[in-house]
Design a protein around this ligand. Structure first.
Ligand code: AMP
Ligand code: GLY
Length: 426
């Protein structure tokens, strides 16, 4: 099988690593890829936005399956374009990608199908949004409707914060994504990321993880794309997975099919596990980054078999097996992230770190005169497995210590909640 993987982050490096291990694989290409992905795949300089060039490449190289990593090309219709050309795709249609591309769309779906989520209002002008906020009081959550690279959400603890967040949206801080605003109830509980592989009809549970969104230790400082993760998430017990499937995922699959946009690819539910049970915070139509890195480390089965079944509508016949171990990943970022990080600093010691028995997935890296350099905010994912979160954490940080990169930083407490639980249970 010839496979083309779209993307260039740590998520895609983990996918490339797992796809490359499949006995079904003949050739793996990645567009555009990164220096880490280049160890597993042939990187090709195709732009994710150039759907025609991607379709032409697929015909030229007899690609049997395209795996789309990030959401932007799905929202922009890459999946539809390729399917029109008769090319098999792991990833949904633009109409189905509205689950991530429009928060208002997802909230309306929840209301229509009785899916538990925060109470909300949708607004296209500031005055009405502010009136709703004044009526409901703080804490309250203000979200730009569209894709805002994870930055369009304000969890406002005071009325003033909520009012300024509404102004920021309508004054254009998030461009077109902020032309509509969703204001919603503040949910309390423990967050978890839950994944399903979907084929339009069937949703197959595909593991859970917990990510660390804040940049600083102890969950402080601004939000990021994710500074580390571990899998599985202890709150996602078999009973909680069953409730989530029944109350959230299955009605979503049914609703999307009824609306004429059946969902296929990865459904990533951001959940709040409250005392009343699971509630949906948001959907994404792709794997989480860095959650994908820990899922791939634990997956026993052949990812290509599963992705092919998802693309062909055959998931009802599949099951998923996991290694009986925990996986944990520490993100190393360039100083300045999540603001504008410095680029070009040299990273040494990757091989010594890998010798600690971990996988090091590349995100924003580049080669400059043969030297590995930082080329983005999140740069490396140091990923370990262990019999406990504490053991995986020890292994990951032992490897981090061998990476010589003074211009980089990482959180020192990835997995803290789970490690505390393990200690309390011991
Ligand atoms: P999102 O981009 O929708 O994932 O939101 C980013 C983060 O904001 C989430 O991971 C939560 O920590 C927080 N958040 C979003 N919506 C709510 C809510 N309704 N109640 C509490 N926290 C929320
Ligand atoms: N790590 C969270 C995300 O990928 O959205």
């Amino acid at each position: 099988m010839n496979v083309l993987l779209i993307g260039s982050g740590g998520r895609e490096h983990a996918l490339a690593w797992k796809i490359a291990a499949s006995p079904m694989l003949t050739r793996l290409f990645a567009a555009p890829g990164n220096p880490g992905i280049a160890a597993e795949a042939e990187c090709v300089p195709l732009s994710m936005d150039d759907h025609e060039a991607i379709a032409a490449f697929c015909r030229d190289k007899s690609i049997d399956l395209v795996v789309v990593g990030p959401e932007a090309p799905l929202v922009a219709g890459l999946g539809d374009r390729l399917r029109e050309a008769g090319i098999r795709v792991f990833g949904g249609s633009a109409a189905a990608a509205r689950l991530e591309g429009s928060k208002g769309f997802t909230k309306d779906l929840c209301a229509r199908y009785g899916i538990p989520t925060a109470a909300y209002g949708r607004f296209s002008d500031a005055a009405a949004a502010k009136a709703y906020v004044r009526e409901h009081g703080a804490p309250i959550v203000v979200k730009a409707d569209g894709l805002a690279a994870g930055k369009g959400v304000a969890v406002a603890m005071t009325l003033d914060e909520a009012l300024s967040a509404i102004d920021a949206c309508f004054e254009g801080s998030f461009g077109a994504a902020g032309a509509e605003v969703v204001v919603e109830e503040f949910l309390e509980g423990e967050e978890a990321s839950f994944f399903c592989l979907c084929d339009g009809t069937t949703a197959l549970p595909f593991g859970s993880a917990q990510d660390h969104k804040r940049v600083g230790d102890g969950d402080t400082g601004p939000n990021t794309g994710g500074m580390g993760a571990y899998s599985p998430a202890p709150v996602m017990t078999p009973a909680m997975v069953e409730r989530t499937m029944k109350e959230i995922v299955e009605p979503t699959m049914r609703g999307m099919a009824e609306m004429g946009c059946p969902f296929s690819g990865v459904l990533f539910a951001g959940l709040m596990i409250s005392e009343a049970g699971p509630k949906l915070i948001e959907y994404n139509v792709r794997f989480g980054d860095p959650e994908c890195q820990v899922l791939m480390m634990r997956l026993k089965d052949d990812i290509l078999v599963l992705m092919q079944a998802a693309a062909d509508g055959q998931l009802a016949h599949m099951s998923v097996r996991w290694r009986d171990e925990v996986a944990l990943t520490v993100v190393m970022a360039a100083k300045g992230y999540p603001g504008t990080p410095d680029r070009g600093s040299v990273i040494r010691g990757i091989d010594a770190a890998a010798a600690e028995g971990v996988e090091i997935f590349h995100a924003g890296t580049a080669l400059n005169d043969g030297q590995l350099v930082a080329n983005g905010g999140r740069v490396l994912n140091v990923t370990a497995t262990g019999r406990s979160v504490a053991e995986a954490q020890r292994k990951a940080y032992a490897a981090v210590a061998r990476i010589d990169w003074p211009e980089g930083f990482c959180r020192r407490d990835i997995g803290w909640r789970a490690v505390a639980r393990e200690k309390a249970g011991a």
